[in-house]
Design a protein around this ligand. Structure first.
Ligand code: HAM
Length: 422
């Protein structure tokens, strides 16, 4: 029988990598505190309706990429492909409009999309998702963008490009949509089959088609920003003004539309050259009509989500610092069988003092135990044998220098604490 492997497009994050993730999540937690966002834990699966209505029926995510299944009662459920719709559902379900607005929340965890796997693109991937709900002020868009930049700066990422656009609102978008269709219609035959298909259902998506031919055509396409209503124009102006005020360098891209239908006004992405084709480290924007689309009252919102795998890949590519790799401080070693019980006690005592320590339980020789200590990159080995027990001491070996000395059992913890602090 073949060994069962993980499904295509999903991956194990092993200890060699997981400590880097912990570093990124730690930074995210700190930035969330600084910006006043609270953590929430949301369900991994939701009613399929939530995503179909929230993200939009004609998006790739809903049409082709969702992991949808029926539970045992015949309800259609879907593994979350993103968090924004769930965040809005959570806000509505818990009557958060009664709280001080905007309600600022963040969450992180795995998302699921049936996409073609490649570097930086997986079928199960992690997002850090940050949302501000209940305010239509452009300053909140600015806060969201600056949150992302602050985090990436803190992680030491460089050469990132911030691209922004405004995708308008239901008032001004129909006129733009028509202008776009007029332009694209005259070149219909030259479009790729996917875009020909998009022409009637979702023509805005043609703007960010990756096909070379389509890209060439869309370079000359009219831009949404030329069609914005006064309110959207003023909003976009204030977001850009704010970015200049905070020294955030950005590029306007009239073809940035994003793949989810709920966006209104601001849309943005942060791109990294390190990632190849899947170059977006994060994406986000405003979604003032999402709450209504899922059956609630009007609740404006803005947020972003960043891919954890892509952050780590970019950091690795740029040689960023992940802080010290967590290692075991101490390894307890038994020189002979008579010390086994005392070693177990010592191990537990060191742990009770919040010092990381490990030992071998398989009866290895002294030499092998010391090798194990080095493999685990322990700083010190605490060696216990009959002689040490008789004298009431422990032989402490510094594994880097090889020097060793006898330390009295009573002062051992202080000695270890002092040694590992240097
Ligand atoms: P999104 O652009 O679909 O937006 O995803 C956000 C980020 O998640 C991407 O920039 C990327 O870093 C990561 N990502 C997306 N798909 C994959 C994948 N298959 N493999 C690895 N990483 C991936 C959203 O999901 C919106 N909910 C963002 C948002 C929040 N808008 C407003 N609030």
């Amino acid at each position: 029988m073949d060994i069962i492997k993980a499904p295509r497009g999903v991956r194990d994050v092993l200890p060699d990598e997981s400590w880097k993730w912990a570093y990124v999540m730690d930074a995210a937690r700190k930035v969330s505190n600084v910006f006043g966002y609270s953590e929430v834990h949301l369900p991994i699966f939701e009613h399929t309706e939530l995503f179909a209505r929230g993200i939009g029926d004609s998006t790739d995510v809903v049409e082709k990429e969702m992991y949808t299944f029926e539970d045992r009662s015949g309800r259609s459920l879907t593994l979350r492909p993103e968090l924004t719709a769930s965040m809005v559902r959570c806000y509505l379900e818990h009557g958060m409009s009664q709280k001080v607005q905007p309600v600022k929340m963040w969450s992180a965890g795995p998302m699921f999309r049936y996409e073609r796997p490649q570097k930086g693109r997986y079928r199960q991937f992690w997002q850090l998702d940050v949302e501000a709900l209940g305010s239509d002020a452009p300053e909140v868009d600015l806060e969201i963008i600056s949150f992302a930049i602050y985090l990436f700066d803190m992680l030491g990422l460089s050469n990132l490009e911030v691209v922004v656009n405004s995708v308008g609102c239901p008032e001004c978008r129909p006129t733009y949509r028509q202008a776009l269709k007029d332009y694209v219609g005259s070149k219909f035959e030259l479009l790729c089959p996917t875009c020909q298909n998009r022409f009637d259902r979702n023509p805005l998506r043609i703007l960010d088609c990756k096909n070379e031919g389509c890209r060439e055509i869309m370079k000359e396409a009219p831009g949404m920003t030329d069609y914005l209503c006064d309110e959207c124009k003023e909003h976009f102006h204030r977001v850009k003004e704010g970015m200049s005020l905070l020294g955030i360098h950005y590029k306007e891209d009239k073809n940035l539309v994003r793949g989810l239908d709920y966006y209104t006004k601001t849309a943005f992405e942060v791109l990294s050259g390190e990632l190849g084709a899947q170059n977006a480290v994060c994406g986000g924007g405003r979604y003032d009509n999402l709450a209504e689309a899922i059956g609630g009252p009007h609740v404006p919102g803005v947020g972003f989500a960043a891919g954890i795998e892509r952050i780590v890949l970019t950091m690795e590519g740029q040689g960023c610092d992940f802080g010290p790799k967590p290692v075991i401080d101490v390894f307890v070693v038994t020189a002979d069988d008579s010390a086994k019980r005392a070693a177990l006690k010592l191990l537990y005592e060191i742990r009770q003092n919040r010092i990381s320590v490990d030992m071998d339980y398989s009866g290895k020789s002294l030499g092998s135990q010391l090798k194990m200590a080095s493999n685990k990159e322990a700083r010190l080995a605490c060696i216990l044998g009959g002689t040490e027990l008789q004298k009431g001491v422990v032989t402490v070996k510094d594994l880097a220098s090889g020097s060793q000395e006898e330390v009295s059992r009573d002062s051992l913890v202080d000695y270890i604490r002092h040694s590992i602090a240097h």
